[in-house]
Design a protein around this ligand. Structure first.
Ligand SMILES: [Fe+2]
Length: 353
C-alpha cells in the first residue's frame, strides 16, 4: 500500500510545479486539474496573500496562473509582486469577459499571457505550453546576456593587461635611456606602497598607488636625452621641457582614465608642492591628490639617494632629514611621517630591486 502511495507521489514530486490562484474554488481546482494533466504539479491558493505566503515557504515556481479579480491583493498587484520577487517565474492571468482590459494591462506589467474564463481544456493547455516555452526563451536570453557581459569583461581585462604590459615595457625602455634612474620606478613603487599601507590604504586603491608609482615618470620617454642627462643646471626652457613629462605621462596612460583615475592623478601631479610652487598645475596643500603627495615624497627620497647626472647621492639618513626639513613647503607632513615609520632603519635603504 505504502509503495503504491510512493509510486503515485513520485512523478508529482518530480514534475515542475505551478501555482493556481483563484478565490473561486471550483474554477481553481478545475485549472489545477488541467495543469496536472499537462504534467505539472499544481499548488493552490485562494488569494494573493496566500499565494505569496506559499511561494515564500516553498520557493519560486516556474509558472503561476492567477485570477485577475480577487478580494484582498488584486491579480495585478500579485503579478507585480511576483515579477519583482521571482523574475524567472512565468505568470498567466485568468480573466472573465469583464476583466479583459485589466488582463491586457497585466501583459504590460510582465504577464506572459492571459486565459479567458470559462477556460476550455485545450485553450489552457495551449496557453500554458506557450507560456513555459516563452519563459525558457527568456531565461536562455538572460543567460546569454550574462555570459556575454562576462566575456566582454574578461576581454576588457585582457586589453588592459596588454596595455599595461606595453606601458611597463616603455618604463623599462625609459630606464635604459637614463642610466642614472635604473630601478627608480620599481623602488618608488615599493616605497609608495609601504607608505600607503601605513596611511591605511588597501585593495584597489593600493594597487593604483603601486601602478602609479611604477609609471609616474613614463612621460619622460618624450624628454630629450640631452636634458635628461645634463650634468649642470637647466635653462628655463629645459626646465619647462622637463615639466612636460607629467602631462605627457597622463596622455600616454589615458586608456586607464575610466577605471584607474588615481594612476593618472599620480602621474600628472607627483611634482606638485604643498606651497603651490610645484608643477604642472601649481596645486597646493589639500588640493593635491593624496596619492600624488605619497609618490612625491618617495620619488624625492629615491632621487636623493641615487646618483644623478647632476649630483652624487646623499645618504638615506641625510635624505630623510631633508624630507623632514621640507615638510609643509614641499611635502605632506602625514606622508613624511608615514614614510619614516614604514622605513625606520635607514641602514636598510635604498631598497635593492
Ligand atoms: Fe617625475
Amino acid at each position: 500500500m505504502l509503495d503504491q502511495v510512493a509510486a503515485a507521489l513520485e512523478p508529482r514530486a518530480l514534475a515542475p510545479r505551478c501555482l493556481v490562484v483563484d478565490d473561486d474554488a471550483p474554477v481553481r481546482s478545475a485549472i489545477a486539474k488541467v495543469t496536472q494533466l499537462l504534467g505539472l504539479a499544481p499548488l493552490e491558493a485562494a488569494d494573493g496573500a496566500a499565494a505569496l505566503r506559499l511561494l515564500a515557504e516553498q520557493g519560486e515556481v516556474p509558472l503561476v496562473i492567477s485570477d485577475v479579480n480577487m478580494p484582498g491583493i488584486s491579480g495585478m498587484e500579485l503579478l507585480e509582486e511576483i515579477t519583482r520577487r521571482y523574475p524567472d517565474t512565468a505568470v498567466l492571468m485568468l480573466s472573465g469577459v469583464a476583466d479583459v482590459k485589466i488582463a491586457v494591462a497585466c501583459l504590460d506589467k510582465g504577464a506572459l499571457d492571459y486565459i479567458a474564463k470559462p477556460a476550455l481544456l485545450e485553450e489552457v493547455r495551449a496557453r500554458v505550453a506557450k507560456a513555459l516555452e516563452k519563459r525558457d526563451l527568456l531565461l536562455q536570453r538572460r543567460f546569454y546576456q550574462r555570459n556575454l557581459e562576462l566575456r566582454v569583461r574578461v576581454q576588457a581585462n585582457r586589453i588592459k593587461e596588454l596595455f599595461l604590459q606595453g606601458v611597463q615595457t616603455l618604463a623599462q625602455a625609459l630606464e635604459a635611456k637614463d642610466a642614472y634612474t635604473s630601478g627608480h620606478s620599481i623602488r618608488v613603487s615599493r616605497y609608495a606602497v609601504q607608505t600607503a599601507v601605513r596611511l591605511g590604504f588597501t585593495g584597489e586603491k593600493l594597487e593604483e598607488i603601486r601602478l602609479g608609482g611604477e609609471l609616474h615618470d613614463i612621460g619622460k620617454i618624450g624628454t630629450r636625452e640631452a636634458v635628461l642627462n645634463k650634468p649642470g643646471p637647466l635653462t628655463d626652457e629645459e626646465f619647462l621641457h622637463i615639466t612636460e613629462h607629467t602631462m605627457l605621462g597622463e596622455k600616454i596612460l589615458a586608456p586607464l582614465a575610466r577605471e584607474n583615475p588615481t594612476v593618472l592623478r599620480i602621474v600628472r601631479n607627483h611634482h606638485e608642492r604643498m606651497d603651490g610652487r610645484g608643477f604642472p598645475d601649481r596645486l597646493a596643500g589639500g588640493d593635491i591628490p593624496f596619492e600624488a603627495r605619497i609618490v612625491c615624497v618617495v620619488d624625492a627620497f629615491d632621487a636623493m639617494t641615487t646618483n644623478r647626472a647632476y649630483r652624487a647621492s646623499r645618504t638615506p639618513q641625510a635624505a630623510m632629514e631633508e624630507l623632514e626639513r621640507c615638510v609643509g613647503t614641499h611635502f605632506d607632513p602625514d606622508v613624511v611621517r608615514a614614510f619614516l615609520a614604514a622605513f625606520p632603519d635607514p641602514g636598510q635603504l635604498p631598497l635593492t630591486v
